[in-house]
Design a binder for this molecule. Structure first.
Ligand SMILES: [Zn+2]
Length: 252
């Protein structure tokens, strides 16, 4: 993988779902690629933590997030609440998530399982003072209202809500900024006109960029899965998102 100048930070990558994650970590590291790696199902938590243990990635600006994705709430058990807390307490920098609401999956309605797991994780993030990786497909208004209700944005230096793969409009973006949150842009953000327009108003320091690279991203490339090629594709995707944002906001 070639080393590039000024590689942006990848705020959301599913490292454990890509081929050969242990080797991939080394290739990315050599290329100076830094990221937040997300483990959003209990079955992924331990393997991601193992990678972290021997890697020295924290010193290089990387971080991990542990949580339960709205797509996985039917498999989640009560015992996972304590297990999640234990993972988070192993390092004071670990984030919570990704968690949120997604209308494409079961138990989406108000008061249903997705919302209950989201509230649990949001409260845990506040209690432990950790940033929260948020996934939202369907209802930005409800996600933002729930975050405000539990207390996000109340303390000046409190944990931040990071809206991963942002797909909201300017109204949502303003509320997120008011709450002290961050907006993470994926190339898919630009396919929605309302989200594209919102980007023009968001200060650069509140914007992040991400690949959200996982097994679907990798399968779609159809390439040979050597760690070097995977790393190259991931880096290229991140640079594409950055270029798309520049082009889109310049033309507004
Ligand atoms: Zn994700």
């Amino acid at each position: 993988m070639q080393k590039r100048e000024k590689m942006p930070f990848d705020s959301h990558i599913h490292l454990g779902r890509l081929p050969h994650p242990k080797e991939l970590v080394k290739v990315l590291d050599q290329a100076g690629y830094a990221y937040n790696a997300i483990a959003c199902e209990p079955a992924e938590w331990e393997s991601l933590r193992e990678i972290w243990q021997y890697s020295g990635l924290k010193e290089k600006g990387c971080n991990l997030a542990f949580g339960i994705h709205p797509m996985s709430v039917l498999q989640a058990k009560e015992s996972h609440k304590q297990e999640l807390r234990t993972f988070l307490e192993r390092d004071g920098c670990f984030m919570v998530g990704e968690t949120g609401l997604d209308r494409r999956f079961p138990e989406y309605g108000p008061g249903e399982l997705q919302e209950r797991w989201f509230l649990f994780q949001a409260n845990l993030a506040l209690e432990l003072g950790r940033d929260l990786q948020i996934h939202c497909v369907g209802d930005y208004g409800r996600v933002i209202a729930l975050l405000k209700k539990v207390g996000f944005g109340k303390a000046a230096n409190g944990p931040q809500a990071i809206f991963h793969r942002f797909g909201g409009d300017i109204g949502s973006a303003r509320q997120i900024l008011d709450m002290g949150g961050l907006i993470s842009v994926h190339s898919s953000t630009l396919t929605k006109k309302t989200s594209r327009l919102a980007l023009a108003e968001i200060p650069r320091e509140r914007l992040l960029f991400e690949t959200d690279a996982d097994e679907t991203f990798w399968n779609a490339t159809g390439s040979t899965d050597t760690p070097a090629l995977v790393a190259e594709s991931v880096a290229q995707r991140l640079l594409d998102a950055l270029r798309d944002v520049r082009e889109a906001t310049e033309n507004l």
